[in-house]
Ligand binder design. Sequence first.
Ligand code: ZN
Length: 55
Amino acid sequence: MPLDKQLLEILVCPADHGPLREEGDRLVCGRCRRRYPVRDGIPVMLIEEAEQPAS
Ligand SMILES: [Zn+2]
């Protein structure tokens, strides 16, 4: 299920307010590279739930 584009535009990374982009069923921050899961079409914008970048 594609995310609502308007919703995607207002969402930012909670860690650094970086821009997010869709990547499969994740939202990826363009700054810190954290990956936020999307569950049932609803982005889970919680730092604790994010996948940390490998580095
Ligand atoms: Zn970020």
